[in-house]
Write a protein that binds this ligand. Sequence first.
Ligand code: 0O2
Length: 211
Amino acid sequence: MAALFPAEEFARLKKELVLFRCALSNMEMRVWTLLEEFQNLQTYNPIEHVKSRLKSPESIADKLKRRGFDLTAENARNQLSDIAGIRCICSYERDILKLAEVITRQPDIKILKQRDYIENPKASGYRSYHLIIEVPIYLTEQTERLPVEVQIRTQAMDFWASLEYKVRYKFNDEMPEAITRNLWECAEKISELDKQMFQIQDVANLTRQKK
Ligand code: 0O2
C-alpha cells in the first residue's frame, strides 16, 4: 500500500510542491532556450527530446519511507533531490558531456551533485549522466533555491532504463539473478549500438565532406 502523509504535513507539502513546480519550469526554460538556439542558430542540435516530471506526493512518501525518514514536508524538501526532474535525451554519447557542460556553466545555478554513470555504469548496467542543480526562484519577498535533478542520456540508454525499471518494479527490487544478468548483457549491447551508430554518422559526415 502506498505511504501517506499526515493531513497537516500534506498541506505543507502541497505548498512546497508549488515551489518545486517553479524550479522545474525554471530548468525547463533553460533547456528550451538551449534547444531553440541549437535548432535555429547553430548547425547541430544534440537534443532529441526532453521530458520532465514533478514527483507525486505518493511517490515522495514512498521514497521517504523507503529511506527511513518521517513523512514530513521538511524531510521531503531536505532529504530528496529529485522531486523536480528533467531528462534530456541526446543523439549520441559524445553529446551528453557537452550538454552537461553548457548547463553547468550557467552562472546563477549551483551544482550540488554530478554523477557520470556512463564512465562508471551502475552494477545493473544503468548508464546516464546525472546532475543535481540548485536553481533560484525569485518570489515576491524572498529568493528560494531548490534542487532539480537533470538526467542526460542517449535514446538507447533511455530505452534500456525505462524497460529495466518496469521489470525491476515487478520484482520489488528482488530480481532473480538470471534476469539481472540478462539485463546487464542488454545494457552492454546497447552501449555497443550507441558507439556503432555514432561511427556510422561520423563516416557519413566525412564522406559528405570529401564530396
Ligand atoms: P525513482 O523511483 O526513479 O524516483 P546516491 O545517493 O547518489 O548513491 P540516488 O540518490 O538514488 O543515489 O541517485 P542515483 O543512484 O543517481 O539514482 C537516481 C535515479 O536514477 C533513480 O531514482 C532512477 O530514476 C535512476 N536510476 C539509478 N539507477 C538505476 C538503475 O539501475 N536502473 C534504472 N532504470 N534507473 C536507475 P530512484 O531514486 O531509484 O527512484
